[in-house]
Structure formats: C-alpha cells, structure tokens
Ligand binder design. Sequence first.
Ligand code: FAD
Length: 458
Amino acid sequence: MKDAHVNLAIIGAGPAGMSAALRAKQFGLSVAVFDEQPTPGGQIYRDVMRSRSQKLQHVLGADYAAGKNIAQPFLDAGIDYYPGSTVWRVAPGELSWTSKSGSGELLADRILAATGAMERPFPIGGWTLPGVMTAGAAQILLKLDGVVADDAVFIGCGPLLYLIVNQYLEAGVKVRALLDTAPGTNWFRAAKHVAGALCSPSYLMKGLKLLSNIQSSGVPYYSGVESVRIMGTTKVAGVHWNDGRRDFSLECENVFLHQGIIPNINLTMAARCDHHWDDLQACFRPVVDPFGRTSCDWLVCAGDGAGIVGARSAALSGEIAALAIMHDLGFLKAADFRRETVPLLRLRRKDQRIRPFLDARYLPLARFRSPTDPQVTICRCEEVRREEISRALSEGCPGPNQFKSFTRAGMGPCQGRMCGNTVVESFCADTGSSPDAVGYYRLRMPVKPVTIAEIGGL
Ligand SMILES: Cc1cc2nc3c(=O)[nH]c(=O)nc-3n(C[C@H](O)[C@H](O)[C@H](O)COP(=O)(O)OP(=O)(O)OC[C@H]3O[C@@H](n4cnc5c(N)ncnc54)[C@H](O)[C@@H]3O)c2cc1C
C-alpha cells in the first residue's frame, strides 16, 4: 500500500470514525479507515457484528445492539477498511500503520483522528497487583467472550461504572461490593448544571435506573468513599477504605477500578496540535473549532478524542468533521456545507445538554487523580512512585516533560497514557501551578510500539 493515496484517512472505527467515513464516501471521497481492533465498533460497540447468545445480547443491552445500525452500513459501503491495523505515525499528508499481516504508509489529503477515549488512571495503593483491572477492561472481556469474574469489588464512580455493574447483575454474576467514590460535595458543583440535565430526560432516567437497580439488587453499596487501598502482597487479598467517618475492609480476589474516561490524545499531541486543559473534565484535549479542525491544517479530530461527548455526539461530530473536510478540500460548496452541518450541530448541542452536569457530578476527588501517598506507583511501565515528583522538583526538574529524563516516566510501552494525567496533576499539586502552565509530556512518534525494522523501512 506504500504511496497509495486517499482524500481522507480516518484513524478509529468507533461511532465517530464510522460516521465520518460513511458521510465522506457518500459524497464521493476516497476514504481509508484504520483501527487496531479486528472488527468495527470502537469502545461502545466493540465487536457488535458478532452473533451472540440471546442471554449475552440481553446483558449487553439495546444501546450496544444499536451499534449494528452504523457498523453494518459501514461494512457495506465499500470503504477501504484496515482492521487490526495500528497507526503509529501521522505527519502532514501521510501516516504509517502496522498490523500482524503487514505494514505500510498512506498519503492522505486530510487525516481524521477519531481515536476515542480511554479510562482515567486511578492510582491508589495496590493498583498494580494481579487481580486488579479497570472496569472497562472487565467490560471488554464480557463484550468479546462473555467472560466475567465472580465476586469482584468495583471501585470508582461515573455512568460507565454503573452500567458495567448493571451488566454484571444482568448476567447473574455475584458482585462483592460497589465502593462509590463520587464526592458528595460534587452536588454543589453539579447544581448549577441541573437545568441542562433536566432537558435530557432520557439520559437522566437511564442513569437513575442504573443506580436504583444497583441499590435494590442487594449488592453492598458504599457511598462517599474518600480513601481506598488494595491489600495484598503477590495478588489482591482485599480492600481497605474510609468514608470520612469509619474504616472498612473486605476480602476479595478481583478489583475493578474506574474513574471515568478522558480523551486519548497521544496522536494529536505527537502531531503538535494545540491542546488545553479542560477544568470540568480534568484532562487535556485538543483545541478544535466546532467542526473538529485542529491547529494543524492537515489534521481534524472527532468524537471523544476531542473531549468526552458520548457515543451519540461522537457519531454526529464524525459527520460534521467529514463535511468540514469535504468543504476544505473543495468537494462541498459553502452553501451546501452550511445546509448539511446546521442541523447536525443543533442535534449535537441538544445531546450535550446533560454533559456539564455529568462532568461536575462525577469529577473524581483530587486525591484519586494525584495520590497523596508517596509510595503509590504513578508510572506503571517504568515503576515510578509519587514521591519521585517531589524529589525531582527539589532537584530542579521544571515539569512533566523533563520528568521523563529524570525518571523515564511516560517512556514505556504505553507512552504516557497511564501516567500522563497523574504526573501533570501531581506537578500542579506540588507547585500550585495550573495544568496549562505545567504542560504535558512532549510526545513523539511512534505513538504505539513498533519494530525497529518498520521505522527503518521508512
Ligand atoms: C473501555 C471503554 C468502554 C466503554 N464502554 C461504553 C459503553 O458500554 N457504553 C457507552 O455508552 N459508552 C462506553 N464508552 C464510552 C464510548 O466509548 C464513547 O463515548 C464513544 O464510543 C466514543 O466514540 P469514538 O468514535 O469517539 O471513539 P471510540 O469508540 O473509542 O473509537 C476509537 C477507536 O480508535 C481506535 N484507535 C485508537 N488509536 C488508534 C491507533 N493509533 N491506530 C488505530 N486505531 C486506533 C480504537 O481501537 C477504537 O476502536 C466506553 C469507553 C471506554 C474507554
């Protein structure tokens, strides 16, 4: 595929990437879509086209099954689709990808990063022990193979956590306990966004139903959890926590952690797009215009990768971004562009009315984003502890990027995905500076592990 050329290369076959591809194809653009997953769907609709038992279909629910309505047309549209293919480099007008069966480069007039979200790191004592996973990882096992863990403790907060616990309950799996870390004080932050939430009754009702199912299921539910530690030496043996009044502990073998999701920004960061810190979502996101255009004129961003919006808005933003690209490349006249985008922008605004409420209600406590215990591991790949930030600061380290040279934090296989936010917020906590002032790691290609031979092949 070396030197092949398309009008639009899309990275990610989630709701945003698939919708963008369908729109662009409909208007006659040549489109190639890359996704490291073997089947289309992204996170929410992972492997949605696979046929499953009636029971598993029921467990995963109607929102999951709805993914077929977009994945099937995507597969039928004659789009050049590269499943199981990881894009590890983007540059103006070109990208490099690798897969089990080969690798290559592609020339593209525009690149759309629809790389979605990832779970926010939740660095607490014991989180590196065997037996601990993220709740999202537990859901991936459920979606892919119907695999579950009996008697697990779920810890964290946010709509996705409650959804996954509900899916476990629907599957008839015993849940040991849910430790809810949503801070009660967040209600004050969320109160000013209640009007927006009330304008989205369907989302609100869904959320209330998830919570009330959990509370009426008999699963031990502990709210207001303020500190938590996973116990064990070679594997998980239990959990110890405090709710501000009392200490509790439970024996268990599996713990699933979740503190919401944040944009997956490694590609846009490595491309040197401008990013800014979003206070409400407590994460960096690329600076984009309403159509997803970034500060790099060759790179557009759609979906959760540009800031968490959820699946419906991700699909809308994919369509909007595709229309903007077609307009910018001269495939769509200005008047047609306006006519096509105005209703989509309106729908997205409507869909986003509940978002500030959700962001404020489920913002994790600062100590769950930047640990106060100096012994907690913050970079799992390079085994760097929280105390090393204070030490590096005392030795004159100015920020996260230089912290890489001091400790190798962020330089392992995950390229900072699992520690970036924690390191930034820890520098802020220790210096009193803002995340925008502290900055992020200066990321470079390759953004995913590749062989030396592939880089040499360039
Ligand atoms: C683990 C997890 C589980 C979730 N489950 C649910 C759920 O059950 N229900 C729900 O409502 N919401 C869920 N969400 C949130 C939901 O994923 C998003 O709101 C929505 O899917 C965003 O769509 P998107 O198209 O922006 O990104 P995604 O759906 O995340 O799609 C992004 C795609 O990009 C691919 N990708 C990323 N980087 C590269 C690269 N370098 N090369 C090639 N491919 C790449 C990924 O493999 C992925 O398929 C989940 C999020 C996460 C992180």
